[in-house]
Ligand binder design. Sequence first.
Ligand SMILES: C[S@@+](CC[C@H](N)C(=O)[O-])C[C@H]1O[C@@H](n2cnc3c(N)ncnc32)[C@H](O)[C@@H]1O
Length: 403
Amino acid sequence: MDKIPECLIHPVSIKLLRQGHPWITADTFSSRFPRQSEFVIATDERKRPMALLMHDPYHKNIKARVWSTKLPFDREAQHFTVSIQARLDLAFEKRIQAKELRERENYYLAFGEADQLPGLFILRLRDRILIQFYTSLWVRYKSIIVTTIQEVFPEIKDENFWFQLRGETKELQKLPQNALDQNRRDEFHLEEFGVQYLIRLGSTYDQGLYTDMSSVRHALGKLVTPGMKVLNLYSYTGAFSLWALKQGAGRVVSVDLSPKYIEWLQNNLALNPVLDHTRHEAIVKSTDQALADLRGQKEIFDLIICDPPSSSSDGSKRTSAIKAYRELLIKMDPLLVKGAKCVLFLNTHQVTQEKFDKTLKEYLTELKLDYKLSTRLQLGEDCPTLKGFPEGNYLKGVVLEKQ
Ligand SMILES: C[S@@+](CC[C@H](N)C(=O)[O-])C[C@H]1O[C@@H](n2cnc3c(N)ncnc32)[C@H](O)[C@@H]1O
């Protein structure tokens, strides 16, 4: 193996790396990393080696990811493929041991940086495996990854492996790329907590079910009591709605702007004949419009679930979800009875849980709305987070209880 180049990194990167942050972003220092080098050794201002980095010159923002902070780094690089296998095995073992995952056919087998596999995410979707590369470096190690998975899970057939190149790498494609051919499509269903969901692989990046929200769904199930009226805003394909029906909700209203996702939701319902479909209503409308209409119809709910996109545009200006929550609280409040709950999600690393809590409290005070912040919700057992790495801790939720 060629000698690995040693490169000084930006003073801010030095500080962040010491705090456990695993990325080197684009700056005047990282732009000087030798382009052809697969690995780079990051050094501090005194030329001391700090970390072995996986180099990704093609990525727009993340130019390198920490592979190891264990010296000697040349040996760490020589053992790279063996370490990939060892780290994968460890990640799989954790999931096999996790009792919580036994009620789900969908879970992460590896969750990137927090499993010491930077930029590599592996999902199990029933008997399929979806591998997501957020750095193109992994593409070269595809067969090692597949072999390691099949050693632990021999039941997974070659044709059931799916690959996606994700993230902001210029050379990565806009459309999902699949293992065998680009026009390959797959449609199947899987079970999560006794509910069936339709999954589509190949055609788009959105499979139809957010696996990273699965443990949150499980937690939310406890908030639904038989007969309850539930409003699911930004419902997507209806995972929360079906789960609420499964818990015995008396009425569930799902709202999404997209006819495609509402149709998908109807397909999901059709897969679950045991659920009482007459208790469900789907509304294809903007949340704003739906909330206004429901208020006009004097509808009242015991639970509102609100999971907006992290930012949205009305054509002229962009609004972040955290800003949108002020208006949403005003509009949701008249639909909630005393003692009712609303669950508010925020899907961005840019706002911490503390900031989210604080902002909501400020809105509530300003609007003179009397709510108690109770449970906090976050990524669960198969989606670990890493200290010093806020980008990996993007999902936060708060349960508000109307006083
Ligand atoms: C983050 S996804 C929600 C995921 C969903 N809660 C789940 O767990 O499966 C956001 C959804 O919001 C919908 N959406 C975006 N803007 C909207 C709007 N103004 N009104 C209603 N739905 C909207 C999108 O179509 C998308 O399905």
